[in-house]
Design a protein around this ligand. Structure first.
Ligand SMILES: O=C(O)c1ccccc1N[C@@H]1O[C@H](COP(=O)(O)O)[C@@H](O)[C@H]1O
Length: 244
């Protein structure tokens, strides 16, 4: 399904211990630090971003949380925020939605607490996306440390419950600058008519062109992390590549 004609770009700000970081394959201990999350968010906003993918890695790993900081970032920026990490129950969901973020992204809860997630989808519709974080076609939760079932079975269940959107991450690609997994994205787009946000591996403007070619199949957006922090290209250049 085609949801937009232009690929949306979501620069990522992943936060661990109060700092903006990038991981490799999402593995704890592989952090490279890039300083203040608020400064990073404001820099992406100044460069023209319309979205921010904001992740509380401590909450995802179960090593604490950065909720107050993420709430401050969300309140300070004027752009749309997709908030992720550790949103697993009524309290964390209420706190996340109360930040004013445009939508939340649920990971572990969709694997471990399907009844709750079905209720949340029914109650909040488009404000809820589900993150499908996969190795091969096996989903991973709890900071990507635990298997959580089959991608396509879970996708069918979430589709039947009315899930509005999926954020699909190939863990093997994440933080590697190895290029996105286009076959995985094509497979997910074939299996659902809901929009898909691609995550993991973007390394070049050509990768963005390749993801842009999947918009007619259902890829709505792309999360960009390491490539921006490592200055493989600028966000301005990326936005120019996907502009209509
Ligand atoms: O983004 C990462 O690099 C990452 C690495 C390890 C774990 C999680 C990561 N990211 C985000 O966290 C949510 C899942 O959080 P939870 O399972 O709901 O607590 C996932 O969707 C990613 O956006």
């Amino acid at each position: 399904m085609q949801s937009t004609s232009t690929l949306e770009l979501l620069p990522a700000v992943d936060v661990r211990d109060g700092r903006a970081v990038r991981l490799v394959h999402g593995e704890s201990g592989t952090e490279t630090s890039y300083g203040s999350p608020l400064q990073a968010a404001l820099a992406w906003q100044s460069a023209g971003a319309e979205w921010l993918h904001l992740v509380d890695l401590d909450a995802a790993f179960g090593t604490g949380d950065n909720r107050a900081l993420l709430a401050e970032v969300t309140a300070t920026v004027d752009i749309k925020v997709e908030l992720s990490g550790g949103i697993r129950d009524d309290d964390t969901l209420a706190a996340a939605l109360a930040t004013g973020c445009t939508r939340v992204n649920l990971g572990t809860a969709a694997l471990e607490n399907p009844e709750w997630v079905a209720r949340v989808i029914a109650a909040h519709g488009d404000r809820v996306a589900v993150g499908l974080d996969v190795r091969g076609t096996t989903l991973r939760g709890r900071g990507w440390t635990r298997d959580g079932g089959d991608l396509y079975e879970t996708l069918a269940r979430l589709d039947s419950e009315g899930c509005a959107r999926y954020v699909v991450t190939d863990i093997a690609k994440d933080g590697t600058l190895g290029g996105p997994n286009l076959d995985l994205l094509r497979g997910v787009c074939k299996a659902t008519d809901r929009p898909v946000v691609a995550s993991g591996g973007v390394s070049s403007l050509d990768d963005l062109r390749a993801l842009g070619s999947l918009v007619p199949e259902g890829v709505e957006g792309a999360i960009i992390g390491k490539a921006l922090y490592a200055k493989a290209f600028t966000l301005e250049e990326a936005l120019a590549v996907v502009a209509p």
